[in-house]
Design a protein around this ligand. Structure first.
Ligand SMILES: Nc1ncnc2c1ncn2[C@@H]1O[C@H](COP(=O)(O)OP(=O)(O)OP(=O)(O)O)[C@@H](O)[C@H]1O
Length: 262
């Protein structure tokens, strides 16, 4: 029996064939574990199945084989125990910024007063720099601002696990850095367990305790799991001074360039 907070055991996913020929599985034989409070990034080329794995962890998609166990229970459907931030922001367009976050918060804590819900949402929206935009509608926001609402919404329900699908992809470099710092602060303060998809090697090194490297699909597999052994206190501005930084970075880049083919 695995002692991990989350364990992924023999996961396989095949989509039904669209024509006469059967589709090979996108991935198979995927095993990994995530400890409580661990921050895990997954990296691999487009199409290897990262989003599919994240959707299975979220309970939004069923695997064709294998299982996901979180906190001793098999994941069988979506739950407020898992907060998901998608690539697209998935906001309700008729609700304000505050309303979008409040909707999730009320689902989690139906007994809270209106004032308590508002105070809670305002705190998390403030953390992502949206304190001034509480009453705006999603259509009035930039893509990056919408993404920050999605991030605040996922944090605000204080899930047991955060699942992030390239959450910073749409942000400009400056905002991206600020939100990465905020994410690190919140995660360190709350001991949050995180599974995050990224294409950015430096982002993975900054944020992760370990990085899962996936080979190309179809029949994608986990090629390697790399421990980021640099001290947890690393920051964007000083991590490249660490003697381990370039060794780890070169290892990850070399995988993506040369070793990711099946
Ligand atoms: N609903 C679906 N029906 C059929 N095939 C699908 C479906 N969803 C995903 N796929 C296929 O599964 C494979 C993996 O897709 P997935 O989005 O998980 O990859 P990814 O690694 O997240 O890619 P990216 O980095 O581009 O987001 C792709 O080949 C994709 O075409």
């Amino acid at each position: 029996m695995s002692m991990h907070f989350l364990s992924v055991e023999g996961l396989r996913k095949a989509y039904p064939a669209s024509g006469a020929a059967a589709n090979p599985p996108v991935f198979e034989d995927i095993h990994f574990g995530i400890g409580k409070g661990e921050f895990v990034c997954i990296i691999g080329h487009s199409g290897c199945g990262k989003t599919t794995i994240l959707n299975v962890l979220a309970g939004l998609e069923e695997p064709s084989g294998g299982a996901v166990i979180m906190d001793g229970r098999e994941v069988k459907g979506p739950s407020l125990d898992r907060g998901v931030v998608f690539q697209g922001h998935a906001l309700m367009p008729w609700m304000s910024v505050l309303g979008n976050v409040a909707f999730a918060v009320k689902s989690k804590w139906p007994d809270w007063s209106r004032a308590a819900v508002e105070a809670h949402c305002t705190k998390y929206l403030g953390m992502v720099g949206l304190g001034h935009a509480l009453h705006k509608k999603p259509a009035e926001l930039s893509g990056g601002m919408k993404q920050r609402v999605g991030i605040a919404r996922a944090f605000a329900i204080q899930p047991k696990m955060l699942l992030l699908d390239e959450p910073f992809g749409a942000l400009d470099a400056l905002t991206r850095g600020t939100i990465q710092d905020e994410l690190l602060k919140i995660v360190q303060a709350t001991g949050q367990t995180v599974f995050m998809i990224t294409h950015d090697v430096d982002e993975a090194i900054l944020l992760a305790d370990k990085v899962i490297l996936m080979s190309n699909g179809p029949l994608a597999k986990i090629a390697e799991i790399v421990d980021i052994t640099m001290p947890r206190s690393r920051t964007r501005t000083d991590m490249h001074h660490d003697p381990q930084f370039y060794r780890i970075r070169n290892h990850l880049v070399d995988f993506l360039v040369h070793r990711s083919k099946n």
